[in-house]
Design a protein around this ligand. Structure first.
Ligand code: HEM
Length: 548
């Protein structure tokens, strides 16, 4: 913003019909805006022509300035230092041109050298526990410069494009289509499949990480940084359907099918979701009833049935669908890729407590003709496909829950430093510090287990991970949803009324509080997860030679 003002200049704009204010040495013209100011115009008129920084920060957080700056800022004070000229950007070491190498490549193990590396430079606001410790100059065996570069790339995008708008999108119950498309263009969708980066199916690339360096920690970082927007609806709108509907297709779909529909899915032009849950069969996958009967000529399955609570369903072109092709129980279940354009697919948006912009959907399939080539995996062996998918889905839920917990904690910590009650800042009350301490200890303990499990996933094959890690991942899923619920509640107590009304300073906390159940129930409810965690661990350790 080129124009420079002296404080005396600004002081002359001190009337209702000529109203300037100063915030942090920047000058804003609020003459027109005052009528639409949600806090009222009188309050602005009282600070007309003055430095209103203190009042501004009392009632708003950073996203307001980001959102309105372009529209309202007319210049800066002449006392403000000119913005530093950015240093010439260093050559990007990691960018590698597309190499079209088909076939499966195991994710790269973290090198031993990385384990001995120095801690990375501090990053972010450095509020203790508001980011993982490796952001804050602590050592880590898992992360290197390529992770740091990706973290910065995604964070910049989220802060500039997502955060200022996420409340509006949530209220409108829809994230604009171009944002999803951008997820494809930036190469993030292709990197979120829990497998090697599929260079043979897309020319999209992640700017800061070469595809052959892509590993599960990069994948984790994309989800983690997206979750800083503090909206389950936003994150699910981007990766909720894709992250669970895509992997079965790309891992177990027939080559021709993957090559026909895969590229447009990876680029974000077409959308895919996972349709398993039914009005009558939730976590109990073995009992689903949506049926697929083979046609007489053996060329098609004819699908009839209903699916419920399907994330992104209303916007999807493809449905990775669990159907009954055989007898009762898990040995009669198959997975089919259903295409909307086949006809007979109806989708209706459901009204839910949380994750408003995620498009929770009720689906009916009526005599849908699905070519047998769209079978994913083998007939009647779909249960295995569904089960293998669960680890990836649950890890996604864990990453989101733990970042949302951090968001609740971070928002609370910031607010506790500005809000005063009974003559003291909230942070100076021991009872508030106790709340923050209980939030932080649960977040950190859970997150450290998450890093360890991701490392294990990276070192093991898909089948070994499913058997050996299924119990621990289920347990951590329950641990992270309990942590999220706790942090949302405590943050809400700290924010008081501001987290009871929607929007404003408490917006993230109010929204996340509403989103809690969307994490505690699907993907395996807490009760089922905890029971499974012990059953599965005992089963595995019996094989390992457990002595009781
Ligand atoms: C650049 C100037 C400003 C902009 C763009 C702005 C924008 C907004 C917005 C969007 C809200 C709705 C709540 C939210 O989303 O956070 C709001 C609320 C409010 N604003 Fe401002 N505002 C500005 C300056 C000020 C100043 C200087 C004051 C005080 C002197 C003020 C006092 C308030 C109050 C009291 C509320 C209501 C807070 C609540 O509901 O708890 N605003 N403002």
């Amino acid at each position: 913003m080129a124009q420079r003002f002296s404080a005396a200049d600004v002081a002359t704009h001190n009337k209702a019909d000529n109203l300037y204010i100063i915030v942090d040495e920047d000058v804003y013209d609020l003459t027109k805006f005052q009528d639409e100011h949600p806090g009222g115009k009188k309050i602005l008129q009282r600070v007309a022509g003055k430095d209103a920084s203190k009042q501004f920060w009392k009632y708003h957080n950073e996203s307001i300035l980001k959102k309105y700056q372009k529209q309202l800022q007319v210049g800066s004070l002449d006392t403000k230092a000119a913005p530093p000229t950015p240093p010439p950007s260093p050559p990007k070491k990691d960018i590698v041109k597309p190499s079209a190498e088909p076939g499966a490549v195991a994710p790269q193990p973290t090198s031993a050298a990385a384990e001995e590396a120095e801690a990375l430079d501090p990053y972010g606001d450095l509020i203790p526990y508001a980011d993982p410790s490796w952001y804050q100059s602590y050592h880590s065996p898992y992360f290197n410069e390529s992770h740091a570069a990706l973290r910065d790339e995604v964070r910049q995008w989220v802060e500039e494009k997502i955060m200022p708008n996420v409340t509006e999108w949530d209220e409108a119950r829809k994230v604009p289509d171009e944002i999803y498309k951008e997820m494809g263009d930036r190469g993030y969708l292709a990197g979120l499949l829990g497998m090697h980066y599929p260079t043979h199916l897309t020319d999209k690339r992640v700017a800061s990480v070469a595809p052959e360096k892509w590993d599960l920690f990069h994948e984790m970082l994309v989800t983690d940084e997206l979750s800083r927007a503090g909206s389950g609806g936003f994150v699910w709108s981007m990766i909720g359907g894709y992250g669970i509907g895509g992997p079965p297709l790309f891992k177990f779909g027939k080559k021709e099918l993957v090559q026909r529909i895969g590229p447009a899915i990876l680029s974000g032009e077409k959308r895919i979701c996972l349709a398993i849950t039914e009005p009558d069969a939730g976590s109990d996958v073995a009992n689903l009833t949506c049926e697929a009967k083979l046609s007489e000529d053996g060329k098609h399955y004819i699908v009839n049935g209903e699916k419920k609570w399907i994330t992104n369903g209303v916007w999807c072109d493809y449905f990775t669908t669990a159907v009954r092709t055989g007898g009762e129980g898990m040995n009669g279940v198959s997975v089919l890729l259903i295409e909307r354009e086949a006809g007979g697919v109806s989708t209706r948006k459901m009204d839910c407590q949380g994750v408003w912009s995620s498009g929770t959907t009720y689906i009916t399939f009526e005599d849908v003709k699905v070519p047998v080539e769209n079978l994913i995996g083998k007939e009647n062996q779909g249960f295995k496909v569904v089960m293998t998918n669960f680890n990836h889905e649950r890890i996604g839920i864990i990453i989101q829950c733990l970042r949302f917990s951090r968001v609740c904690y971070e928002e609370s910590m910031k607010y506790a430093h500005k809000r005063k009650t009974f003559g003291k800042r909230l942070i100076d009350h021991p009872v508030i510090r106790l709340k923050l301490a209980h939030m932080a200890r649960q977040i950190e303990a859970s997150y450290n287990w998450l890093e360890n499990l991701i490392y294990q996933c990276q070192r093991m094959g898909e089948m070994e991970a499913m058997l050996k890690l299924g119990g621990a991942i289920a347990s951590l899923k329950a641990q992270s949803t309990v942590t999220f619920e706790f942090c949302a509640r405590e943050a809400s107590q700290i924010f008081g009324g501001l987290s009871y009304s929607r929007g404003g300073q408490g917006a993230k906390v109010e929204r996340l509080y509403r989103d809690v159940r969307a994490y505690a129930i699907p993907g395996g409810s807490e009760e089922i997860m905890l029971d499974l965690s012990i059953r599965q661990a005992l089963r595995v350790h019996k094989v390992l030679g457990m002595k009781l």
